[in-house]
Design a protein around this ligand. Structure first.
Ligand code: CP
Ligand code: NVA
Length: 305
């Protein structure tokens, strides 16, 4: 079993392109075996993954838990409100303690720095299951889905519409690493963060950022969108009307090539960032993306744990 160079997976840029392709090959093998009915592949026999959540989750939680089960390991749900984290025990002390029991931790939380602290003070691999800044497991599964559909990233052009935050940042890092082109279309004030742009390995040569929702989509192969209001931002007064021109709807698809496929990390806010006709339409591949979370999670866990 190949091992990743770094102990932790906190953002896509922790991986090399070679490592990503190794993960994709492993995920493909595990997916094929799963689809042939080989549900248990005992790669992680006896290993235990802790899952810390300070935000809700359906896909991430379920796919990690099922992945551990099907690899013959076990996953523990450590909801933050049920642990001493909720009473102020630091990430450093939590990491030091949990390292004595567990073989790895997947954490979903607000600040990216909390995942970094946990990684610093833990002897075991830490996986970022979403922060305000990154969602690297999502981007891995998404680029795997693109790879399944297209076979390579040569001449692949992905357009992202909406808020330039966590999912967008991770997709940009993946596009940068794997050589796909990306068009990022956000309202003013919601562009990707400068510190993320500054760290793109290839100097974001193939990434274009614009506020123009009417930009030509003629050469775009994949159109991606995400929530206008992310978890934890519910209390912030976001002007949904600012996002309205960036909605992925039938009119927007008319501007794109007829074969352009539509992606969404889910959960979808139907009628906001995406319409029913598009998410339920023939160009939508959102359920393939969700399914692939399981297979990528397995590959990642196998390579890290
Ligand atoms: N896409 C995603 O991470 O979904 P959940 O929030 O349900 O985990
Ligand atoms: N940007 C969204 C992604 C959900 C998977 C959020 O952070 O809520």
């Amino acid at each position: 079993m190949f091992k990743l160079r770094k102990k932790d997976f906190l953002q896509v840029s922790d991986l090399t392109a070679d490592e990503v392709f190794h993960l994709f090959e492993l995920a493909k093998d595990l997916k094929n075996r799963h689809n042939r009915g080989e549900l248990r592949v005992p790669i992680l026999k006896g290993k235990v993954l802790g899952m810390v959540f300070t935000k809700p989750s359906t896909r991430t939680r379920t796919s990690f838990e099922v992945a551990m089960l099907q690899l013959d390991g076990h996953a523990l749900n450590l909801f933050a409100e049920g642990t001493q984290v909720s009473r102020g025990e630091t990430m450093a002390d939590t990491g030091r303690t949990l390292s004595r029991y567990l073989d790895g931790i997947m954490i979903r939380t607000f600040e990216q720095t909390e995942t970094e602290k946990l990684a610093k003070y833990s002897d075991i691999p830490i996986i970022n299951g979403l922060t305000d800044l990154h969602h690297p497991c999502q981007a891995l599964a998404d680029f795997y889905t693109i790879w399944e559909k297209r076979g390579s990233f040569k001449d692949v052009r992905l357009a992202y519409f909406g808020d330039g935050n966590n999912v967008c940042h991770s997709l940009m890092q993946a596009a940068d690493l794997l050589g796909a082109e990306m068009l990022v279309v956000t309202p003013k004030g919601y562009q990707p963060r400068k510190e993320v742009l500054a760290k793109l390995k290839n100097g974001h040569k193939k990434i274009t950022i614009t506020n123009n929702p009417k930009i030509s989509l003629a050469n775009v192969d994949f159109i991606y969108t995400d929530a206008w209001v992310s978890m934890g931002q519910e209390g912030i007064k976001k002007q949904k009307k600012i996002f309205r021109p960036y909605q992925v709807n039938g009119d927007l698809l008319k501007n794109a090539a007829s074969k352009a496929l539509v992606m969404h990390c889910l959960p979808a806010h139907r009628g906001e960032e995406i319409t029913d006709e598009v998410i339920d339409g023939p160009n939508s591949i959102v359920w393939d993306q969700a399914e692939n979370r399981l297979h990528l999670q397995k590959a990642l866990l196998a390579a890290l744990l």
